[in-house]
Write a protein that binds this ligand. Structure first.
Ligand SMILES: Nc1ncnc2c1ncn2[C@@H]1O[C@H](COP(=O)(O)OP(=O)(O)OP(=O)(O)O)[C@@H](O)[C@H]1O
Ligand SMILES: NC(=O)c1ccc[n+]([C@@H]2O[C@H](COP(=O)(O)O)[C@@H](O)[C@H]2O)c1
Length: 274
Protein backbone atom coordinates (compact mmCIF):
# COMPACT_ATOMS: atom_id res chain seq x y z
CA UNK A 1 0.00 0.00 0.00
CA UNK A 2 1.23 3.46 -0.86
CA UNK A 3 2.55 5.61 1.99
CA UNK A 4 0.87 8.90 2.91
CA UNK A 5 3.81 11.00 1.82
CA UNK A 6 4.25 9.67 -1.69
CA UNK A 7 3.70 12.50 -4.18
CA UNK A 8 2.22 11.78 -7.59
CA UNK A 9 4.30 13.21 -10.41
CA UNK A 10 3.63 14.05 -14.04
CA UNK A 11 6.78 14.45 -16.18
CA UNK A 12 6.70 16.93 -19.07
CA UNK A 13 9.36 16.93 -21.80
CA UNK A 14 9.53 19.91 -24.17
CA UNK A 15 11.70 19.93 -27.27
CA UNK A 16 11.84 19.84 -31.04
CA UNK A 17 11.58 16.05 -31.33
CA UNK A 18 12.92 16.47 -34.86
CA UNK A 19 12.57 13.48 -34.94
CA UNK A 20 11.77 11.65 -31.69
CA UNK A 21 14.52 9.12 -30.85
CA UNK A 22 14.72 6.11 -28.56
CA UNK A 23 16.75 8.27 -26.18
CA UNK A 24 13.81 10.65 -25.73
CA UNK A 25 11.68 7.70 -24.60
CA UNK A 26 14.46 6.33 -22.42
CA UNK A 27 14.68 9.68 -20.59
CA UNK A 28 11.22 9.02 -19.18
CA UNK A 29 12.11 5.52 -17.96
CA UNK A 30 15.31 6.78 -16.31
CA UNK A 31 13.48 9.64 -14.63
CA UNK A 32 10.68 7.41 -13.34
CA UNK A 33 13.10 4.86 -11.86
CA UNK A 34 15.15 7.61 -10.23
CA UNK A 35 12.20 9.42 -8.66
CA UNK A 36 10.44 6.27 -7.49
CA UNK A 37 13.69 4.91 -5.98
CA UNK A 38 13.61 7.78 -3.50
CA UNK A 39 10.36 6.41 -2.08
CA UNK A 40 8.94 9.94 -2.19
CA UNK A 41 7.35 9.95 -5.64
CA UNK A 42 5.10 7.89 -7.88
CA UNK A 43 5.27 8.87 -11.53
CA UNK A 44 1.78 8.59 -12.98
CA UNK A 45 2.19 10.08 -16.44
CA UNK A 46 4.71 11.32 -18.98
CA UNK A 47 3.84 14.01 -21.52
CA UNK A 48 5.82 14.85 -24.66
CA UNK A 49 5.18 18.34 -25.98
CA UNK A 50 6.82 19.07 -29.35
CA UNK A 51 7.47 22.74 -30.19
CA UNK A 52 5.36 24.40 -32.85
CA UNK A 53 6.56 25.67 -36.24
CA UNK A 54 6.91 29.17 -34.74
CA UNK A 55 10.12 28.03 -32.98
CA UNK A 56 11.83 28.50 -36.38
CA UNK A 57 14.94 26.56 -35.52
CA UNK A 58 17.09 25.63 -38.50
CA UNK A 59 16.12 22.25 -39.95
CA UNK A 60 12.85 22.05 -37.99
CA UNK A 61 10.39 20.10 -40.17
CA UNK A 62 6.61 20.64 -40.07
CA UNK A 63 4.93 20.19 -36.71
CA UNK A 64 2.34 17.78 -38.15
CA UNK A 65 5.08 15.29 -39.05
CA UNK A 66 6.93 15.63 -35.71
CA UNK A 67 3.67 15.17 -33.88
CA UNK A 68 2.72 12.11 -35.95
CA UNK A 69 6.10 10.52 -35.21
CA UNK A 70 5.75 11.10 -31.45
CA UNK A 71 2.28 9.54 -31.62
CA UNK A 72 3.70 6.45 -33.32
CA UNK A 73 6.59 6.26 -30.84
CA UNK A 74 4.34 6.38 -27.78
CA UNK A 75 1.57 4.12 -29.12
CA UNK A 76 2.74 1.12 -27.09
CA UNK A 77 3.46 2.96 -23.84
CA UNK A 78 0.93 2.75 -21.04
CA UNK A 79 2.17 5.96 -19.41
CA UNK A 80 4.01 8.17 -21.93
CA UNK A 81 1.67 10.33 -24.02
CA UNK A 82 1.89 13.20 -26.49
CA UNK A 83 0.13 16.53 -26.09
CA UNK A 84 -0.46 18.74 -29.14
CA UNK A 85 -1.37 21.99 -27.37
CA UNK A 86 2.07 23.61 -27.72
CA UNK A 87 2.66 22.12 -31.17
CA UNK A 88 -0.52 23.67 -32.56
CA UNK A 89 0.07 27.23 -31.28
CA UNK A 90 0.75 29.61 -34.20
CA UNK A 91 3.56 31.40 -32.35
CA UNK A 92 6.41 29.90 -30.32
CA UNK A 93 5.43 29.48 -26.64
CA UNK A 94 8.06 29.92 -23.93
CA UNK A 95 8.61 26.75 -21.93
CA UNK A 96 7.46 28.33 -18.64
CA UNK A 97 4.07 29.02 -20.28
CA UNK A 98 3.86 25.45 -21.54
CA UNK A 99 4.56 24.11 -18.04
CA UNK A 100 1.96 26.50 -16.61
CA UNK A 101 -0.61 25.32 -19.18
CA UNK A 102 -0.12 21.67 -18.19
CA UNK A 103 -0.13 22.51 -14.50
CA UNK A 104 -3.48 24.27 -14.96
CA UNK A 105 -4.86 21.25 -16.79
CA UNK A 106 -3.88 18.91 -13.94
CA UNK A 107 -5.21 21.41 -11.39
CA UNK A 108 -8.56 21.68 -13.17
CA UNK A 109 -8.99 17.91 -13.30
CA UNK A 110 -8.13 17.55 -9.60
CA UNK A 111 -10.42 20.43 -8.60
CA UNK A 112 -13.27 18.76 -10.50
CA UNK A 113 -12.63 15.51 -8.64
CA UNK A 114 -12.63 17.56 -5.44
CA UNK A 115 -15.97 19.11 -6.39
CA UNK A 116 -17.48 15.64 -6.71
CA UNK A 117 -15.88 14.59 -3.40
CA UNK A 118 -17.26 17.65 -1.62
CA UNK A 119 -20.58 15.88 -1.36
CA UNK A 120 -18.93 13.46 1.08
CA UNK A 121 -15.86 15.31 2.32
CA UNK A 122 -15.03 18.96 2.99
CA UNK A 123 -13.30 20.56 0.02
CA UNK A 124 -9.49 20.43 0.20
CA UNK A 125 -7.92 23.71 -0.84
CA UNK A 126 -4.63 24.14 -2.61
CA UNK A 127 -2.41 26.81 -1.07
CA UNK A 128 0.21 27.90 -3.53
CA UNK A 129 3.41 29.37 -2.22
CA UNK A 130 3.91 32.98 -3.21
CA UNK A 131 7.65 32.88 -3.03
CA UNK A 132 9.40 29.81 -4.33
CA UNK A 133 11.68 29.28 -1.33
CA UNK A 134 11.96 25.73 -0.08
CA UNK A 135 11.53 22.45 -1.80
CA UNK A 136 7.81 21.77 -1.71
CA UNK A 137 5.84 23.06 -4.63
CA UNK A 138 2.41 23.32 -3.14
CA UNK A 139 0.88 22.55 0.18
CA UNK A 140 -2.09 20.40 -0.72
CA UNK A 141 -0.94 16.99 0.45
CA UNK A 142 -2.44 14.89 -2.31
CA UNK A 143 -1.81 17.26 -5.23
CA UNK A 144 0.02 15.94 -8.27
CA UNK A 145 3.34 17.62 -8.96
CA UNK A 146 4.38 18.54 -12.48
CA UNK A 147 8.11 18.43 -13.28
CA UNK A 148 9.92 19.46 -16.43
CA UNK A 149 12.04 16.63 -17.84
CA UNK A 150 15.09 17.61 -19.87
CA UNK A 151 18.65 16.72 -20.80
CA UNK A 152 21.60 18.44 -19.16
CA UNK A 153 22.13 20.56 -22.29
CA UNK A 154 18.80 22.29 -21.68
CA UNK A 155 19.66 22.94 -18.02
CA UNK A 156 22.99 24.45 -19.08
CA UNK A 157 21.23 26.54 -21.73
CA UNK A 158 19.75 28.52 -18.80
CA UNK A 159 23.17 30.19 -18.69
CA UNK A 160 23.17 31.31 -22.34
CA UNK A 161 22.68 35.09 -22.37
CA UNK A 162 19.25 36.23 -23.56
CA UNK A 163 17.87 32.74 -24.13
CA UNK A 164 15.71 32.41 -21.01
CA UNK A 165 13.96 35.08 -18.93
CA UNK A 166 15.10 35.07 -15.33
CA UNK A 167 11.51 34.90 -14.09
CA UNK A 168 10.86 31.85 -16.29
CA UNK A 169 13.81 30.00 -14.78
CA UNK A 170 12.57 30.96 -11.30
CA UNK A 171 9.11 29.68 -12.13
CA UNK A 172 10.22 26.40 -13.70
CA UNK A 173 12.69 25.41 -10.99
CA UNK A 174 11.17 27.24 -8.05
CA UNK A 175 7.52 26.48 -8.50
CA UNK A 176 7.43 23.21 -10.44
CA UNK A 177 10.73 21.31 -10.41
CA UNK A 178 13.11 19.81 -12.90
CA UNK A 179 14.39 16.33 -13.69
CA UNK A 180 17.63 16.47 -15.63
CA UNK A 181 19.22 13.50 -17.44
CA UNK A 182 23.02 13.68 -17.70
CA UNK A 183 24.47 13.96 -21.18
CA UNK A 184 28.14 13.53 -22.03
CA UNK A 185 29.81 16.91 -22.32
CA UNK A 186 27.60 18.43 -19.61
CA UNK A 187 28.16 18.62 -15.86
CA UNK A 188 24.79 19.52 -14.30
CA UNK A 189 26.05 19.32 -10.69
CA UNK A 190 28.80 21.82 -11.41
CA UNK A 191 26.40 24.04 -13.32
CA UNK A 192 23.90 24.04 -10.43
CA UNK A 193 26.72 24.82 -7.99
CA UNK A 194 27.86 27.78 -10.07
CA UNK A 195 24.40 29.33 -10.50
CA UNK A 196 22.95 31.21 -7.52
CA UNK A 197 19.42 30.69 -8.83
CA UNK A 198 19.77 26.97 -9.38
CA UNK A 199 21.61 26.52 -6.09
CA UNK A 200 18.75 28.23 -4.28
CA UNK A 201 16.26 25.78 -5.78
CA UNK A 202 18.58 22.76 -5.80
CA UNK A 203 16.11 20.63 -3.83
CA UNK A 204 13.70 20.92 -6.75
CA UNK A 205 16.29 19.70 -9.28
CA UNK A 206 16.70 15.94 -9.67
CA UNK A 207 19.83 15.01 -11.59
CA UNK A 208 19.56 11.51 -13.08
CA UNK A 209 22.76 9.80 -14.16
CA UNK A 210 22.62 7.88 -17.43
CA UNK A 211 25.13 5.09 -16.78
CA UNK A 212 24.80 3.61 -20.25
CA UNK A 213 26.32 6.36 -22.34
CA UNK A 214 23.78 6.96 -25.07
CA UNK A 215 24.53 9.87 -27.29
CA UNK A 216 21.72 9.51 -29.76
CA UNK A 217 20.82 13.03 -30.81
CA UNK A 218 18.21 14.14 -33.30
CA UNK A 219 20.93 16.12 -35.11
CA UNK A 220 22.93 12.94 -35.75
CA UNK A 221 19.81 11.10 -36.87
CA UNK A 222 18.97 13.83 -39.41
CA UNK A 223 22.56 13.78 -40.66
CA UNK A 224 22.48 10.00 -41.16
CA UNK A 225 19.16 10.27 -43.02
CA UNK A 226 20.49 13.01 -45.33
CA UNK A 227 23.34 10.69 -46.19
CA UNK A 228 21.09 7.72 -46.85
CA UNK A 229 22.41 5.82 -43.82
CA UNK A 230 20.29 3.49 -41.70
CA UNK A 231 18.78 4.86 -38.50
CA UNK A 232 17.19 1.58 -37.47
CA UNK A 233 17.45 0.89 -33.70
CA UNK A 234 18.07 4.59 -33.02
CA UNK A 235 14.38 5.32 -33.53
CA UNK A 236 11.26 3.20 -33.02
CA UNK A 237 10.63 1.10 -36.16
CA UNK A 238 7.29 2.80 -36.80
CA UNK A 239 9.04 6.18 -36.86
CA UNK A 240 11.67 4.88 -39.30
CA UNK A 241 8.87 3.71 -41.61
CA UNK A 242 7.02 7.03 -41.31
CA UNK A 243 10.17 8.92 -42.29
CA UNK A 244 10.68 6.64 -45.31
CA UNK A 245 7.04 6.82 -46.43
CA UNK A 246 6.97 10.62 -46.23
CA UNK A 247 10.49 11.22 -47.55
CA UNK A 248 11.46 13.33 -44.52
CA UNK A 249 14.89 14.76 -43.71
CA UNK A 250 16.92 15.79 -46.73
CA UNK A 251 19.57 18.40 -47.47
CA UNK A 252 16.67 20.68 -48.40
CA UNK A 253 14.74 20.21 -45.15
CA UNK A 254 17.92 20.93 -43.16
CA UNK A 255 17.88 24.41 -44.74
CA UNK A 256 14.41 25.20 -43.40
CA UNK A 257 14.53 28.46 -41.40
CA UNK A 258 18.18 28.94 -42.41
CA UNK A 259 17.30 32.51 -43.46
CA UNK A 260 15.76 33.37 -40.05
CA UNK A 261 18.22 35.87 -38.57
CA UNK A 262 16.84 35.88 -35.04
CA UNK A 263 14.40 33.14 -34.04
CA UNK A 264 11.75 34.18 -31.46
CA UNK A 265 13.50 32.28 -28.67
CA UNK A 266 16.69 34.30 -29.19
CA UNK A 267 15.06 37.69 -28.73
CA UNK A 268 15.13 38.29 -24.99
CA UNK A 269 17.02 41.24 -23.65
CA UNK A 270 16.69 40.28 -19.98
CA UNK A 271 19.53 38.80 -17.96
CA UNK A 272 20.15 35.06 -18.01
CA UNK A 273 20.58 32.80 -14.98
CA UNK A 274 23.34 34.09 -12.75
N1 LIG B 1 21.09 11.61 -25.53
C1 LIG B 1 20.40 12.38 -24.68
N2 LIG B 1 20.67 12.39 -23.36
C2 LIG B 1 19.94 13.17 -22.50
N3 LIG B 1 18.94 13.99 -22.88
C3 LIG B 1 18.63 14.04 -24.20
C4 LIG B 1 19.32 13.24 -25.15
N4 LIG B 1 18.77 13.51 -26.37
C5 LIG B 1 17.82 14.43 -26.18
N5 LIG B 1 17.72 14.76 -24.88
C6 LIG B 1 16.78 15.72 -24.28
O1 LIG B 1 15.50 15.55 -24.88
C7 LIG B 1 14.79 16.80 -24.86
C8 LIG B 1 14.24 17.11 -26.22
O2 LIG B 1 15.36 17.13 -27.05
P1 LIG B 1 15.44 17.65 -28.51
O3 LIG B 1 14.18 17.39 -29.25
O4 LIG B 1 15.98 18.99 -28.57
O5 LIG B 1 16.49 16.52 -28.98
P2 LIG B 1 18.01 16.62 -29.33
O6 LIG B 1 18.42 15.24 -29.69
O7 LIG B 1 18.78 17.32 -28.26
O8 LIG B 1 17.85 17.54 -30.63
P3 LIG B 1 18.88 18.28 -31.56
O9 LIG B 1 20.02 17.33 -31.79
O10 LIG B 1 18.05 18.55 -32.78
O11 LIG B 1 19.30 19.53 -30.82
C9 LIG B 1 15.80 17.85 -24.38
O12 LIG B 1 15.54 18.08 -23.01
C10 LIG B 1 17.14 17.17 -24.57
O13 LIG B 1 18.09 17.63 -23.63
N1 LIG C 1 13.07 30.92 -23.00
C1 LIG C 1 12.55 29.73 -23.22
O1 LIG C 1 11.46 29.40 -22.74
C2 LIG C 1 13.31 28.77 -24.08
C3 LIG C 1 14.48 29.11 -24.72
C4 LIG C 1 15.10 28.17 -25.52
C5 LIG C 1 14.55 26.91 -25.69
N2 LIG C 1 13.40 26.61 -25.03
C6 LIG C 1 12.78 25.29 -25.20
O2 LIG C 1 13.73 24.28 -24.99
C7 LIG C 1 13.48 23.20 -25.87
C8 LIG C 1 14.78 22.99 -26.62
O3 LIG C 1 14.62 22.28 -27.75
P1 LIG C 1 15.82 22.16 -28.81
O4 LIG C 1 17.04 21.69 -28.04
O5 LIG C 1 15.35 21.16 -29.80
O6 LIG C 1 16.04 23.52 -29.40
C9 LIG C 1 12.26 23.61 -26.71
O7 LIG C 1 11.11 23.04 -26.13
C10 LIG C 1 12.19 25.12 -26.58
O8 LIG C 1 10.87 25.67 -26.64
C11 LIG C 1 12.78 27.50 -24.25
Amino acid sequence: MEGQDVTKVVLLACGSFNPITNMHLRMFELARDHLEDTGQYRVVKGIISPVGDGYKKKGLIEACHRLAMVRLATEDSDWITVDAWETLQPEWVETAKVVRHHFDEIFTVEENIDDVDTVKYPKKRRIEENNFEGSSVYKRRDATQLMLLCGADVLESFGIPNLWKQEDIDEIVGRYGLVCITRSGNDPHKFIHQSDTLWKYRKNIHVVPEWVTNEISATQVRRALRRGRSVRYLLPDRVVHYIQENGLYSAESEQKNADVVLAPFQRYTGASSS
